[in-house]
Ligand binder design. Sequence first.
Ligand code: IMP
Ligand code: MG
Length: 180
Amino acid sequence: MEKNIEKVLLSEEQIQNKVAEFAAILSEEYAGKNPLFVGVLKGVVMFFADVVRKVTIPCEMDFMCLSSYGGTTTTGNVAVKKDLSVDIKGRHVVILEDIYDTGNSLAFLHKYLLSKEPASLKICTLLDKPERRKPGITLKPEMVGFTIPNEFVVGYGLDFNEHYRNLPYIGVLKPEAYQK
Ligand code: IMP
Ligand code: MG
């Protein structure tokens, strides 16, 4: 195990089982609909790549990058750094996310994509940390992989200062790793 990891919260096997489960559900639900999977960079890269490789129906992919300014309003502190490259009007869109934390990013993104009039819009997030949710954010993702306690996690796309994204599992960092 990587030396700065205190404990493994979700093993590679647990994650991959969930990925397979989600891919099967999505393949069934969106058959014949040519869904567009929208990934939120960068945290979602591993989850996105694993899920779409197990999806068995024709589908398309696109990516967005958001930046957040840590303000206090519900959705006013998130900006689009990289926008979609296709028009989603009339499309069946599924947002793939790594984690639903304070909810700022997903609340913003959901509203933003709805304004572009997709035929449908659903959210599939690997992790949910409900204890961190900002009051007033009531959005409920249709698909949630794992509900986790209020601990900062890394691995499988999730970073601390851009490190640890390449770990195949999700773990909790040792306090020393933050203090360095
Ligand atoms: P939000 O607070 O729900 O808007 O989440 C914003 C983004 O912060 C997520 O998409 C993640 O990329 C990142 N994030 C939230 N919680 C964690 C964590 O525990 N570890 C690493 N990144 C996180
Ligand atoms: Mg993210």
